[in-house]
Design a protein around this ligand. Structure first.
Ligand code: GRF
Length: 325
């Protein structure tokens, strides 16, 4: 259950436990505070229940959130909890969903989206004029986890003359990759299932951003035919095992490493492959392996695999796009 939560939040094990401690501290502090305020206001068994409920609701609505953010700031987890608060507000309808335009500015409703579309179009056109790097290939990274691979790719291509990470697509509010996009001033887009599977799969938006190539780096949704047809041979994925073994539906994250260890494999690795409409079945492009030794745990194996991914994925992407012309 913990692993599932950790993957859902897209955080490291250390960060996961700090977050857990923050929730614990906040709960305890809120309970103590409620007791203190109740006594201070002179409330006891004779007080009408309505007053007690009102007090508890106000403490939960405001006090709890403030204490949570205070602990978050003190323990260095402000970014995670600020996003958590925003998500909560969005769920309660206090604020609206956010998206970012091509220049990284936030826009919050469809009217602004329309304006932003026009602005993005202009920026795309400007970038395609003969004077401004006409051959630059633009990459969209689809990721929904911590985003360590996305960051390595961004850093590797940061000063590249003809390749540019132009957009991060994510389906999880609060995912680490969104902070990485922000840190590197790359526009990010939070997507929803309805448009992805039932609409145009964001092909319109990708074209609007001038995207030439799509890289999946920890993106768990299956890629729909609409998107594959719009980018034939231009979508690749990285899988944390030596495919065809340990791939397919449900084989992601720690589940892969747990299965590899449970099977007593002596070797694991990474596979970079083209994406088709079936999970992990597209044509392989590159594999690299590492030893699995008897003392390896799913965690230690995950670290080895991440190191392999960081060492090879950015270079493979660079070579592949440049050789495709
Ligand atoms: C990587 O292990 C990759 O193989 C898999 O998802 C993981 C993403 O990790 N597809 P990160 O978010 O890049 O750290």
């Amino acid at each position: 259950m913990f692993k599932h939560l950790q993957e859902k939040w897209g955080v490291s094990t250390r960060q996961f436990w700090i977050i857990f401690i923050i929730f614990g501290l906040t709960g305890t502090t809120t309970a103590l505070l409620t007791r203190y305020i109740t006594a201070w206001l002179g409330m006891d068994a004779t007080t009408h229940w309505v007053w007690k409920v009102l007090l508890q609701v106000s403490i939960l609505l405001f006090g709890y959130q403030c204490i949570l953010l205070t602990y978050a700031a003190l323990l260095g987890q402000w970014a995670f909890f600020w996003k958590y608060e925003k998500k909560l507000c969005r769920k309660l309808g206090i604020i609206r969903s956010e998206r970012r335009d091509i220049s990284g500015k936030l826009f919050i409703d469809d009217r602004m989206h329309q304006k932003s579309k026009i602005k993005n179009q202009k920026l795309v056109e400007e970038r395609q004029t003969p004077n401004s790097k006409p051959q630059t290939k633009k990459i969209a990274i689809f990721a929904s986890g911590a985003g360590s691979n996305a960051e390595k790719i961004i850093e590797h291509l940061a000063h590249h003359s003809s390749l540019q990470v132009a957009l991060i697509i994510c389906n999880k509010t609060g995912a680490g990759v969104l902070s990485i996009a922000e840190k590197h001033h790359i526009p990010s887009l939070l997507i929803n299932k309805e448009t992805f599977f039932g609409g145009d799969a964001y092909v319109g938006v990708l074209k609007e951003y001038g995207i030439d190539f799509i890289v999946l780096a920890g993106f768990l949704w299956k890629i729909p035919g609409t998107l594959i047809n719009a980018y034939p041979g231009k979508i690749i994925n990285i899988h944390p095992a030596l495919l065809p073994k340990y791939g397919g539906k449900g084989m992601y994250g720690m589940r892969v490493h747990e299965s590899v260890i449970a099977a007593g494999e002596k070797e694991s690795g990474i596979t970079i492959h083209y994406v088709n409409e079936h999970f992990d079945e597209g044509e392989p492009i590159f594999q690299a392996s590492c030893a699995v030794d008897e003392y390896d745990t799913p965690d230690s194996l995950a670290q080895k695999i991440h190191a392999l991914e960081h060492a090879h994925f950015p270079q493979v992407i660079e070579k592949l796009i440049l050789s495709a012309g």
